[in-house]
Design a protein around this ligand. Sequence first.
Ligand code: B12
Length: 213
Amino acid sequence: MSKEEILKDLHEGVVEMDEEKVQEAAQRALDEGVEPMDAILDGLVSGISEVGDLFDEGEKFVPEVLMSSEALYAGLDILKPHVDADDLGVEGKVILGVAEGDVHDIGKNLVRLMFDVSGMEIVDLGKDVQNDLFVKRCVEEDGDIIAVSAMMTSTMLAIEDIVDDARKNAPDAKVLCGGAPINEKTAVQEFGADGYANDATEAARVALKLLKE
Ligand code: B12
């Protein structure tokens, strides 16, 4: 089976909410030597992006999107342990979580994966994290970076509060944020964050830059 066919199966498995198809394709990707990160990005993430478009068009509904994300996670579980450690030599501790009121954690988990393979230490607070917990845990854990994910226009507003809290109570920590409704301008100019990234690979790069500042 060619790489293209395997990626297509991963993509289709996510769209079709077919956990078994995704698991089989993920295993085949490993057996056939497909780069695990390619399988994740060009198969699984590409599939959930199509699901997002179908959701926007009213062709898919929340329960189906949820089943598609479960299929994505089934593939991620198989591929994740095989992602090559691209150790960027980053030494730092990141406090990571999804903003209050927001349960979208697929993006956050991919960011976590990239932080992980870059050599960073991660404290994962999970999803729907109370605003004040980010800075509180950063102080307790002596973190270097507070990384906030927000996927909704309503929940992204939490970032501004977290930045204010950080400036007062954890002045040495850098705040990094990301998520679909956010861009560099909103993140840095409006919310006052130190950094923004639009995908997981870039997130690790920006984190590295912030740690060196
Ligand atoms: C999957 C999904 C769900 C799943 C979530 C499952 C899960 N465990 O995550 C379920 C079904 C639960 C869900 C529920 C809802 N959803 Co929804 N959902 C999506 C969907 C289709 C895909 C999101 C996703 O996972 N994308 C794939 C990942 C890989 O991309 P990503 O998250 O953007 O992450 C990347 C980057 O943003 C970046 N990044 C992300 N986080 C961070 C953090 C840092 C620090 C950095 C540097 C970078 C970074 O790197 C990531 C990896 O490359 C989007 C549509 C879309 N097109 O985005 C809607 C979407 C986000 N949902 C939406 C809505 C409205 C809802 C609901 C309110 C629906 C409802 N009526 O109940 C609920 C809300 C629940 C809640 N309170 O949070 C809206 C939000 C609209 C808005 N702008 O406010 C969207 C945009 C759909 C739409 N067009 O209406 N949803």
